[in-house]
Every structure is written in C-alpha cells, then in structure tokens.
Design a protein around this ligand. Structure first.
Ligand code: NAD
Length: 349
C-alpha cells in the first residue's frame, strides 16, 4: 500500500507543468518534492518567489544562480526522491526522457504531445480510469482530445454510431509568441482526419470518428463543432452535463458568446491563472433530433487536461478504485462546480 502523501516530481515547468505543480501543492494526498526547470527565465523567477522548489540540470546551476535562484538540487535527485513523476516537457521530449525513467522504475504520467506508443495506456478519466492501475507509463491525451473524449465517454461509447468534429484551435498559448498564424487561418491537417481523431482512437480504439482542424490567431481556447450520430434515442444537454460528473458545463451564448468572455468569467471568479477546467457547451447550440446530436463547445487548452492529470495519479498509484469518488475529490480541489452553479438558472429556455 502506498503511503499518503505520495511524493511527486514535475519534470518540465511550462504551461502544463506549472498547473500540475500548483494543484499538487494544494492536495493533501500528494506532496510536491519539486519541479525540474531547464531555463532560468521569468517562469523560474516567479516559481522561486512562490516558494516552489526548483531542481536544475547539473550544467545549469550557475545560470540559475546568476539570476538569483539557488537551486534545491539536480534534476536526477528530484526524480530519485519522488514516487510519481509527471513528464511535462515539450512535445516529443518525453520519449527521450523515458530512458531516464526506465532506470528509475517509477510510474510516469506523460502528456498528449508524446506518441501513444511510448506508454502502456492513453488516458482520459471518463473513458478508462480503471485501466491505469499498477501501470508504469501512462499518457494523458491532449487538450482537444480530452475535450472530445469527455463528450463521447459521458454519452457512452456504445451508444455512438459516428462522430464528426470541426476543431477551431488557438494558434498558441499566451507565452508562445514565436508561434502562428498571426493573421491567417491555417489548416491544421494534411488529410482527413486530422491527428485529433487518431488521438481519440488511442483511447477508444474502434470509434468511428472524423475530425478536421484549423488554427486561428488567438491564445484563448479552442472551439469544437461536434456532430454525433447516436444509435438510439437522443439525450438532452442537462443529461450530458450530469453524466460528465461536472467536467462539462453549459453557458448560454446569449450571456457569453466568445472565448474572451469565458476567460473573463474565470478571471472575475479568481480562478488560478484564469483556468477553465470544464468543457463549456453553449447551451443554445445543443440540438438532438433524429438521433443526431450537434453542439458547439469551448475548451481551454492550458487547463482542460489538469483534472485528468490529477485523477490519473489516484489510479496509477492505486489510491482509489472508485472513479466517481476520485472525480468528486479532484473537482472540489479545483473549484469545479462554481461556474455551473452561477449559470444554471441563468440559461434562457
Ligand atoms: P511548454 O513548452 O510550455 O513547457 C515545457 C517545459 O519543459 C519548458 O519549461 C521547458 O523548459 C521544459 N523542458 C525543456 N527540456 C526539458 C527536458 N529535457 N525534460 C523536461 N522538461 C524540459 O510545453 P507545454 O505546453 O506545457 O506542453 C507540455 C506537454 O503537454 C506537451 O506534450 C504538450 O503537447 C502537452 N499539452 C500541452 C497543452 C497546451 O495547450 N499547452 C495542452 C495539453 C497538452
């Protein structure tokens, strides 16, 4: 039996790594040993100011000291000291880091930028929580895939005949000003389906799904237009919301009809880093007739995978076999439920 709190390392402190670290710091079931930081940049200075323990590669110690950060130790010490490792390195770097982890024989949670074939399980809580118990290498699928899978697995994969999704994706995260497009709409695919459908199939192998994707000049969220052909009867939007255990909420677009306004809601509510952990389905776009469900949803790319990253730790470390109990614990840790309460009665009929 694993002792609580489980000691955790976060290897890579960028968009995703810093968010995982913040939640781990709040949780009583996990203890953050520290984070591995590779560049002495603004993120390192802010983390140091917030008291996050920073571990660095041996050859970078002096570079960190030069900006006033005294590292806690070397990255290899951090990994040795921990019982669970999150790899939140840039896409593709996790596969290279795996050589290090192989020697350590510890469970590692990779992120969606890695290929599914480097892990034993590609993961999304509502789909396959129970499949990660006792596994060494698990990958939490990417932001768009998490947004899509929450809908599919709330509906129940067995009730779906076919899915078609159009993904309008943000060009970059706020700190990534080297990425584009800046003044264009760019196709984010070479052929149909885009890689998003393949990623969905890394979790639900035989789902009939096609996706197309374009990237637009924005840093604020993705938008999905989804068409789901159901095998039998339709569901209504509040049933979908309930089945998702709080991970999908609804907002009427007559109250907020842009991703900018949604982010402002998170900002005004004092959500950490303006994060929206929930899929936000625009209530009034939801239709279901003749077994065909259509909806439009917004997905906050920086935040959407954070609940799943924490859920998976309970599964991989064998801390709890009850997925609903885990979701409820993680939802309350993240304050999931507040936005739903505010908008519940305000939706137009
Ligand atoms: P990021 O570039 O913001 O952060 C990556 C961090 O890893 C940086 O701080 C970098 O310095 C550090 N790093 C550099 N070399 C490293 C090494 N050898 N080992 C560990 N870390 C190293 O990237 P991100 O956006 O946080 O993405 C991390 C992963 O999460 C990727 O797989 C990505 O595809 C996935 N993901 C990203 C988003 C998103 O919207 N940003 C959403 C879901 C999933």
């Amino acid at each position: 039996m694993v002792k609580i709190p489980v000691k955790v390392a976060v290897n890579g402190y960028g968009t995703i790594g810093k968010r995982i670290a913040t939640v781990i710091l709040k949780s009583s079931d996990f203890k953050l040993v520290g984070v591995a930081k590779y560049t002495p940049d603004y993120r390192a200075l802010v983390a140091a100011k917030q008291g996050v323990k920073i571990y660095v590669p041996r050859e970078k110690v002096e570079a960190f000291r030069a900006v006033g950060i005294e590292p806690e130790g070397y990255v290899d010490y951090l990994l040795e000291e921990s019982e669970l490792i999150y790899d939140a390195s840039p896409a593709g770097q996790g596969a290279k880091n795996k050589r290090l982890y192989d020697k350590l024989k510890k469970p590692v949670v990779f992120q969606g930028g890695e290929d599914p074939d480097i892990v034993e399980v590609s993961y999304s809580t509502l789909c396959n929580y129970s499949s990660v118990q006792g596994k060494r290498y698990v990958r939490v699928v990417s932001c768009n895939t998490t947004g899509l899978l929450r809908v599919m697995c709330s509906l129940g994969v067995e009730s779906i005949r076919r899915v078609f999704a159009t993904i309008v994706r943000r060009a970059s995260d706020p700190g990534e000003d080297f990425k584009g497009p800046v003044n264009s709409i760019k196709l984010d695919l070479e052929r149909i389906p885009s890689h998003h459908a393949l990623d969905v199939r890394s979790v639900i192998g035989d789902l009939d799904i096609e996706t197309v994707a374009v990237a637009v000049p924005s840093t604020l969220m993705h938008v999905h237009v989804l068409e789901v052909l159901l095998k039998d009867k339709c569901v209504d939007v509040s049933t979908l919301e309930k089945l998702s255990q709080g991970r999908i909420i609804t907002v009427d677009s007559r109250l907020a009809d842009t991703t900018g306004k949604l982010i402002e809601i998170a900002r005004d509510l004092g959500r950490t880093r303006n994060d929206l952990y929930e899929n936000i389905v625009f209530t009034n776009t939801f239709t279901c007739h003749n077994n065909t469900l259509i909806l439009v949803q917004a997905v906050h790319q920086e935040a959407i995978v954070i609940p799943e990253n924490i859920d998976v730790a309970y599964g991989i470390m064998n801390l709890d076999t009850d997925v609903y109990r885990v979701i409820s614990k993680v939802n309350s840790l993240l304050g999931i439920g507040v936005i739903k309460q505010i908008f519940y009665r305000a939706n137009f009929t």
